[in-house]
Design a protein around this ligand. Structure first.
Ligand SMILES: *Cc1c(COP(=O)(O)O)cnc(C)c1O
Length: 364
């Protein structure tokens, strides 16, 4: 059996270092808002080319607090892709605003900028560009659209840390960008965590306040805030893993090159990498017209796979159910399947996945 993902392999390889890092935190007695978190914030800010990084409790909170810090609240509309993880839209609702869904570019699964422009109204305040699967959204076009209409740009970089668009890191394009350290993400904690990245002093200051009860200093609470800090144990774990992220990303890209070679000629569409993009392949997602039969055949051949995502966001029951105004999002939801793609997957396993995919295509 080849697993879709296996975090135990990653942790076995790093075990001594991870245990030492956790031990440091235990001995320090400081579990929230301490030296590890600050060091991780500094490391990520430098790497992403922004002035501020603020650790928070999850990628979801990063989005919610970023939107609030931008002043997005009741009465505001926020453009967000119809095909993503639910948090790219649910956080707009959490901030008190209204998500306005936009269909996707079927080649990269990122938002269709022309469709976004058609959805702008006088109430539109922000646009969320999701770098889905690790492929950056077309940030120059998103930034130009935002300038034309006076919108704030929020990057949902939950799946894309390390990716670049036109040579510039994701996270450095928007007014604010949000990272997730959910365990299965390319840089995953041993629990939940997230980070807000921004060049803007006002946003950084406000997110720091919002993550800690709206505290303006010394128990003076100047606004409604939350308990949403990145804890020290997670930050210490993340600093160990952060040093490997570059090599892990290279490994993912080599696996994808191998897949491309071995899957050529099958009735599958393989992910596209635009000329301006450096894709980090959080997921290696193919399309098949009979996706469910293909996934079942793969499972029978001992290969794990997963569907990201089986429903467009506006079709989620929480957003009102069956809503087919977004044909590309619908088609993607019916056809996409993610194959095993993680740094510890061996070449032999990748070859076995590809052979199983070939066999599965013949069987259905
Ligand atoms: C994972 C993810 C989030 C949410 O991050 P959490 O850390 O799980 O809260 C938001 N957006 C996208 C696109 C994601 O993949």
């Amino acid at each position: 059996m080849i697993p879709f993902i296996d975090l135990a392999r990653q942790h076995a390889a790093l075990r001594a270092e991870l245990v030492a890092a956790m031990g440091r935190v235990l001995d320090s007695g400081q579990f929230v808002l301490g030296a590890e978190g600050r060091a991780l914030e500094d490391e990520l800010a430098v790497a992403c080319g922004v002035r501020h990084a603020v650790g928070v409790a999850s990628g979801t909170d990063a989005l919610r607090l970023a939107l609030t810090a931008l002043g997005v609240g009741p009465g505001a509309e926020v453009l967000t892709p119809a095909f993503s993880f639910v948090a790219s839209a649910s956080t707009v609702v959490m901030a008190g605003a209204t998500p306005v869904f936009v269909d996707i570019d079927p080649e990269t699964y990122t938002l269709d900028v022309a469709a976004a422009e058609r959805a702008v109204t006088p109430r539109t305040r922000a646009i969320i560009a999701v770098h889905l699967y690790g492929h950056p959204a077309p940030m120059d076009a998103v930034a130009a659209l935002a300038r034309r209409h006076g919108l704030a740009v929020v990057e949902d970089a939950a799946q894309a840390i390390g990716a670049t668009w036109a040579g510039r890191p994701v996270g450095a394009w928007g007014d604010v960008a949000c990272v997730s350290f959910y365990p299965t993400k390319n840089l995953g904690a041993c629990g939940d965590g997230g980070m807000v990245l921004t060049d803007r002093d006002d946003i950084a200051e406000r997110v720091r306040r919002l993550r800690h009860h709206g505290d303006g200093g010394r128990y003076r609470h100047v606004e409604l805030g939350y308990a949403s800090r990145l804890d020290e144990l997670q930050a210490a774990v993340l600093r160990v893993k952060w040093r490997r992220l570059g090599e892990w990303t290279e490994r993912r890209r080599r696996l994808v090159a191998r897949y491309r070679d071995r899957l050529a000629g099958l009735p599958l569409s393989l992910p596209l990498e635009r000329r301006e993009a450096r894709h980090v392949y959080h997921l290696f997602t193919v399309r098949h017209a009979q996706r469910d039969a293909f996934a079942k055949a793969l499972a029978d051949l001992g290969v794990g796979s997963s569907v990201h995502y089986p429903l467009p966001v506006p079709s989620q029951p929480m957003f009102g159910g069956d809503e087919r105004r977004f044909p590309e999002a619908w088609r993607a939801a019916r056809e996409v399947l993610s194959l095993p793609c993680f740094a510890e997957l061996t070449d032999d396993e990748a070859d076995a996945v590809a052979a199983a995919a070939r066999k599965a295509c013949e069987l259905i």
